[in-house]
Design a binder for this molecule. Structure first.
Ligand code: SIN
Length: 297
């Protein structure tokens, strides 16, 4: 069991990076370390009103940078408005394997009593096997089970910061292979999706620097990372096992309890997430729009 406890105070001391108060939105943190609920935003209006859009968009960007994942409740948006909201943050990403809801960039998220699996059940960073993995994902849940179906998020800046100086020095400059083949082949067969001939794979730094905040984040995940390059495989297995266990410490996490028509927007460059499938035999459904990112450095 992972523990950061000792007798000299906390090994990880979180320093909040907020600057100015917000003027066009309200931001209520879920924990000091990750996650915030945003109010005062009507996304349907935001995507169609340029004047409102610019000021609120700046603050939404800032809230995402400061909290890593932000939540909006009671949003009534069409698929087109969901896509338009995503486009405000950049070009849209098309998932290499998952089914969509009519538009290639509108990923279907669905599980019911007959599902063989639900999306995102293990800790992961979305599509980190891409050469340029997505910067962010915007999940809109329309139908919730009566209880359960929460999503957990974890702060990878904090996970990096809480490593020992020796471990930080060891990991500095190392890269790892992220491979979609093992993850995606056959994964969506139950939706009638035929497999592609090949899925993406890419080499990324084990520690990446966020292009907006300039902060370092741990960038390996159970979903896609296969091995660290340039060290013996048994050493890589042991180091990755340690890093996964460390990154999954509840200290770095928040847990979002969904309500119908809520939205979660997370930054894949500094957060991991995991969905709970504890609501069987009930149905949970929605759509995800994913925004393209850059090559990790
Ligand atoms: C995902 O990994 O995008 C799915 C997350 C969720 O359904 O909560």
């Amino acid at each position: 069991m992972s523990s950061l406890s000792g007798k000299q105070g906390p090994r990880y001391r979180h320093v909040a990076g907020e600057s100015e108060p917000y003027e066009t939105i309200a931001v209520e943190k879920l924990t000091p370390i990750i996650g915030a609920e945003i109010s005062g935003v009507d996304i349907a209006k935001l995507v169609s009103d340029e004047a409102r859009s610019n000021r609120q968009m700046d603050e939404i960007h800032r809230a995402l940078a400061e909290n890593l994942v932000i939540f909006f409740r009671d949003q009534h948006i069409t698929p087109q408005q969901h896509l338009a909201f995503g486009r405000k943050f950049g070009e849209l990403h098309v998932h290499p394997a998952a089914p969509n809801e009519g538009d290639p960039a509108l990923m279907k998220i669905y599980a019911d009593k007959d599902s063989p699996r639900a999306n995102g059940e293990g800790w992961h960073t979305d599509v980190s096997c891409d050469l340029e993995p997505p910067m962010g994902s915007i999940l809109y849940i329309k139908q919730c089970p009566p209880r359960g179906g929460d999503t957990l998020f974890a702060n990878m800046y904090a996970a990096y910061e809480a490593l020992s100086d020796r471990m930080k020095a060891y990991l500095s400059g190392l890269t790892a292979l992220h491979d979609g083949e093992q993850t995606y082949r056959g994964l969506y067969a139950n939706y009638g999706v035929a497999d592609k001939q090949a899925y993406p794979r890419a080499e990324h730094p084990v520690i990446r620097t966020h292009p907006v905040t300039g902060k370092k984040a741990l960038y390996v995940n159970r979903g896609f990372t296969r091995f660290i390059i340039g060290i013996p495989r048994d050493e890589s297995d042991a180091i990755l096992a340690y890093l996964y266990q460390h990154a999954e410490n509840p200290l770095f996490q928040c847990r979002f309890r969904w309500t119908e028509n809520a939205i979660a927007f997370w930054d894949n460059r500094c957060a991991q997430h995991r969905a709970m499938w504890d609501y069987w035999p009930h149905t949970r459904s929605g759509t995800r729009v994913t925004v393209k990112g850059e090559r990790p450095v």
